[in-house]
Design a protein around this ligand. Structure first.
Ligand SMILES: C[S@@+](CC[C@H](N)C(=O)[O-])C[C@H]1O[C@@H](n2cnc3c(N)ncnc32)[C@H](O)[C@@H]1O
Length: 223
């Protein structure tokens, strides 16, 4: 079942559940006071507005800004979009009050990030395939600040699609500690920063079923 949310905390149509909106609106205690924000997958800007309230550096958002038919079911706005239409203008209108926003129209599957500063908050909401995840994580996780926050957000009606993300983070458990879960959103605190080679090795589909089972049961116990 598709879930549509519009609460007091987010006035913009979004693909987040009420619990997820609530977490993003009240995560002050977990957000470090240094580093940039990197947000992958902003759609109409609901998550952008919620995250932008925190006192961080540049807020870099990445999205292809191209309408897909699955978005119809979550949209109550007035514009009629056809698949392939750009929704960038609506995003820009919704986020006009946001500070230090850097908007990047990109296809994340092969995108090469050009980062120069460390990341305090990493919010993933566009990792809809293992290939995107394996392209982005090795480029981004080594840029995190210690004490930083990594948030994986996914549709609550598709809890299994991100299993690879949890497997990779389980392999990286020496570096990232799960601290909170809101529906299928999971947030990790950065305990220490992994190197590129460590993250690249973790982002592999090689592994056993036993490892996946261990990963799932440990996650359940820790959160
Ligand atoms: C679940 S929506 C994000 C929801 C948003 N965070 C919110 O608060 O409502 C996923 C977003 O990821 C973007 N996306 C999906 N695959 C992508 C890709 N390969 N490259 C760039 N953006 C992508 C989509 O355009 C969409 O805006």
């Amino acid at each position: 079942m598709l879930q549509w949310t519009k609460t007091q905390e987010s006035e913009i149509d979004c693909m987040l559940s009420t619990n997820q909106v609530h977490f993003l609106a009240h995560m002050d205690e977990y957000v470090p006071n240094c580093g940039d924000v990197v947000e992958l997958g902003c759609w109409l800007g609901a998550s952008t507005v919620l995250i932008n309230r925190y006192n961080c550096g540049i807020h870099r958002v990445y999205d292809m800004f191209k309408w897909r038919s699955y978005m119809d079911g979550m949209y109550r706005g007035s514009h009629v979009y056809m698949p392939g239409d750009s929704f960038l203008e609506e995003f820009q209108r919704n986020t006009v009050g946001c500070k230090n926003l850097s908007v990047n129209t990109v296809e994340l599957l092969h995108y090469q990030f050009k980062l120069t500063d460390q990341i305090g908050v990493l919010f993933f909401d566009a990792l809809k395939s293992v290939h995107i995840t394996c392209n982005c994580l090795p480029q981004l996780l080594p840029w995190m600040v210690e004490g930083g926050l990594v948030i994986d957000q996914d549709f609550m009606w598709q809890p299994i699609t991100h299993i690879y993300m949890h497997l990779f983070m389980y392999r990286l458990r020496e570096y990232f500690q799960p601290i909170i879960q809101a529906d299928v959103l999971v947030a990790w605190k950065v305990i220490k920063v992994p190197s590129l080679s460590v993250v690249t090795e973790a982002c592999s589909l090689d592994g056993s079923l036993a490892e996946i089972i261990q990963c799932l049961s440990l996650r359940k116990n820790e959160l």
